[in-house]
Write a protein that binds this ligand. Structure first.
Ligand SMILES: [Mn+2]
Length: 320
């Protein structure tokens, strides 16, 4: 508790100094970066009604049933005087609206992230801690350490979205007693978690078709199970790129502790979604221009030939 108080003090000090705060999310958004961004935005707006809090970017149609309110890009004058907060992201090319950071230069920039990855930007302050299941858990902890009375329902919903989705519904091993304690506190706001669960569980016919394709076309190599999803298939099934990201269809098959989905892009490059139940696949992902968590990483391949190469390397990974 002592540590979080210190971190919160450091972040709060910078927030207090700035009248404008701009919160950024990462490319190909997910529940965690969006939930963190909008939960933090609404809380800051409530706590500091005289400040102007901006959420920049887009939810790209994701979780449209939630009321994401994005702001347009503020003027150069405002940008110059503002504090930027990057949530759930590290490298500059992973941040949406990064041109604001590269060209315009905000006054100061803070990174709040649970990815154990070094970044390549001149952050004024970093709170990077991979013991958190999600950035939303960090934001929740930050808020709780400042003010632990029940949140308003909308803020609780956003933060819970991030925790629930990034922890794999409290499945992954970085789900901790702290995760549950903070979630318990979120529940005290009486937000409608059941309604959210139902909406998050909805599946479409396109997803069913995608599942069918994967079930019919998966391959195995030693302990690796994988599937290649050609771009023309994605189009045929009628799903967008982010919906096609369903590596979980290959998860937890006995005898296969690594599962990978390869998704071909329009330009023939291939996004690889790597998962593992035991081994650290993040280093392999880094070799292929990606990274992420030990057991959940992403990479970008230049061509189909690299698939076989990556699979062979994956099969040789050992427990460390
Ligand atoms: Mn995350």
């Amino acid at each position: 508790m002592k540590k979080i108080k210190k971190i919160a003090r450091n972040i709060l000090r910078e927030i207090r100094k700035h009248n404008y705060i701009i919160i950024f999310h990462h490319v190909r958004p997910d529940g965690d970066c969006l939930g963190s961004q909008h939960g933090l935005k609404l809380w800051l707006q409530q706590k500091f009604p005289n400040k102007k809090i901006y959420a920049v970017g887009s939810n790209e149609e994701l979780f449209n049933f939630l009321n994401f309110k994005f702001n347009s890009i503020p003027s150069d004058e405002i940008l110059k005087n503002s504090l930027g907060i990057v949530v759930d992201a590290n490298n500059i090319d992973r941040i949406v609206c990064n041109e604001l950071l590269i060209e315009k230069k905000l006054n100061k920039l803070i990174r709040i992230d649970h990815h154990p990855v070094e970044d390549d930007f001149d952050y004024f302050y970093r709170w990077v801690d991979s013991s958190y299941c999600s950035s939303a858990e960090q934001i929740t902890h930050f808020i709780y350490s400042i003010d632990n009375k029940p949140l308003n329902k909308e803020i609780a919903t956003f933060l819970y979205l991030g925790i629930y989705t990034d922890s794999g519904r409290f499945f992954y091993d970085y789900t901790s007693s702290r995760t549950h304690e903070l979630t318990s506190w979120l529940f005290s706001s009486n937000f409608d978690f059941f309604d959210l669960h139902k909406k998050l569980s909805k599946r479409t016919i396109s997803e069913l078709k995608l599942n069918k394709y994967i079930l019919e076309n998966y391959k195995t190599y030693e302990n690796v199970i994988y599937c290649f999803l050609p771009f023309e298939q994605i189009q045929k099934i009628g799903i967008n790129q982010s919906e096609s990201n369903r590596v979980d269809f290959l998860a937890n098959i006995e005898g296969y502790d690594i599962w990978i989905l390869f998704i071909e892009n329009n330009d023939k490059t291939i996004r690889a979604r790597l998962r593992s139940s035991e081994k650290d696949i993040s280093i392999l992902a880094q070799e292929y221009g990606g990274g992420g968590h030990k057991k959940a990483s992403g990479a970008l391949l230049n061509n189909v030939e690299q698939i076989e190469q990556l699979i062979k390397k994956a099969s040789k990974l050992t427990l460390k």
